[in-house]
Design a binder for this molecule. Structure first.
Ligand SMILES: Cc1ncc(COP(=O)(O)O)c(C=O)c1O
Length: 421
């Protein structure tokens, strides 16, 4: 029996006792969502950071339609198909140098699980078993057990603590304290012989849109390289133009040993993820000995329709107009956020690429800050999809957003300063 005739659906990251009604959406186009009650909602967070070129982009929709009529699913062990081959080849051309192999999965969390398993498998197979993972304070890498283990401990995962494996955590490189981060990483790399360091390059997303400079990322890679620690770049959120470049690592001229991409991989149309790795990580699993196989799969690995959507997304990234749009959104975002820097009611006003964030005054901080749901309801009443992380409001729009849309978004954020923290 469900509660008083309510829907039987249990929604993600939703406290049903506090959020009774769900907004029913019937259509998406560009930067807009259309609700069943006729409202047009501006999608200011790209539907959980996935929609890059806009909802229902015609080139991606057409690729999905064509592929769905041809081959919509095939086991990926022992079989392959053209959309997957095309995506892998195109991705390797765009990804940082040194990444040679592509493993498909279906969500950001799974791409992280795959990355961790690749790292441990590599060390085991070369006869130097290492299992320790170094992570960054405030990190978020997903909600499966391994991904939670390498993420910050807190309210998201308090109930599952006993299942999570132990990691070494280095401090977030807050402005002026970067050296402490680098020293901690150097000490961990030297003393603990870790298998890998996993990092969200340039921006920690769910941890509060925390931004740090490219030179720190570059230094962290140098330290890992010097101690033979595998460097895993989790670009699930930062990939696909979000930080201003296609991938955040480009800004630090960093080639990760393993990289995770998802979210915008299909332009936000279908679930798909990839984990890319160096050739020697693949080679460590390449053997006549079947026990050295990389034992990971999911039923829908490299689903052909999702791969066709990803290929269409990669086509769009070949067009100079796409990068020009990213640059233009970054510039528009800077223009829109600039006045907030001088407004005392907003703290830590910041931007990296197409993402802006700021904090509102609040009695309590963190994800469960009391102001969070009030802000969300307020933005909803202005027909905006904004979903603050506690008292942190951020804007991460699809790249088709217009100056007028941003005008509406930032007018609402300004008005939100009146909401009691
Ligand atoms: C950096 C990062 N890694 C991993 C994930 C998990 O991705 P998914 O929700 O697709 O499992 C997220 C999700 O927000 C993320 O931001």
């Amino acid at each position: 029996m469900t509660r008083a005739g309510k829907s039987p659906i249990w929604h993600p990251f939703t406290q049903h006792a506090l959020q009774d009604e769900m907004t029913k959406v019937v259509r998406g186009e560009g930067a807009y969502l259309y609700a069943a009650d006729g409202r047009r909602i501006i999608d200011a967070i790209a539907s959980w950071w996935v929609v890059t070129h806009g909802h229902c982009h015609p080139h991606i929709v057409s690729a999905i339609q064509k592929q769905a009529e041809l081959l919509n699913q095939i086991i990926f062990a022992g079989y392959t198909h053209e959309p997957a081959e095309q995506v892998a080849a195109a991705l390797l051309k765009l990804a940082p140098d040194g990444l040679d192999y592509v493993f498909f999965s279906d969500s950001g969390s799974t791409s992280v699980e795959v990355a961790l398993k690749m790292a441990l498998g590599y060390w085991r197979n070369i006869g130097e078993p290492r299992t320790r993972i170094v992570v960054m304070q405030h990190a978020y890498h997903g909600d499966t057990i391994g991904a939670m283990s390498v993420g910050a401990r807190g309210v998201f995962n308090a109930a599952y603590g006993p299942l999570l494996f132990d990691v070494t955590t280095i401090p977030f490189p807050a402005a002026g304290h970067e050296q402490a981060t680098l020293d901690a990483l150097e000490a961990a790399a030297r003393n603990e012989k870790p298998a890998a360091f996993i990092i969200e390059p340039l921006i920690l997303g769910a941890g509060g849109m925390l931004m740090y400079p490219a030179w720190v990322l570059k230094e962290m890679k140098r330290i890992c390289e010097a101690s033979d620690v595998l460097f895993i770049a989790d670009e699930v959120m930062t990939g696909w133009g979000r930080t201003g470049t296609l991938f955040a690592c480009e800004q630090a001229d960093v080639s990760p040993d393993i990289a995770c991409y998802s979210k915008g991989l299909t332009g936000g149309s279908l679930p798909l993820a990839v984990t890319l790795c160096r050739a020697d990580i693949f080679d460590a699993h390449f053997s006549q000995d079947r026990t050295r196989t990389f034992f990971h799969s999911s039923s829908y690995t490299a689903n052909p329709v999702a791969c066709a959507a990803a290929k269409a997304n990669l086509d769009l990234w070949q067009e100079p107009a796409t990068r020009a749009r990213v640059a233009s959104v970054a510039a528009m975002q800077e223009q829109a956020i600039a006045p907030f820097r001088a407004d005392q009611r907003f703290k830590n006003v910041r931007r990296t690429g197409t993402i802006t964030a700021l904090e509102l005054e609040a009695r309590d901080g963190g994800y469960l800050a009391g102001i969070g749901p009030r802000l969300q309801a307020f933005f909803g009443s202005r027909n905006l999809l904004l979903r603050p992380l506690g008292n942190t409001v951020y804007v991460m729009p699809p790249y088709c957003v217009t100056p007028a849309d941003l005008g509406e978004i930032y007018a609402a954020i300004k008005d939100a300063a009146c909401i009691e923290g």
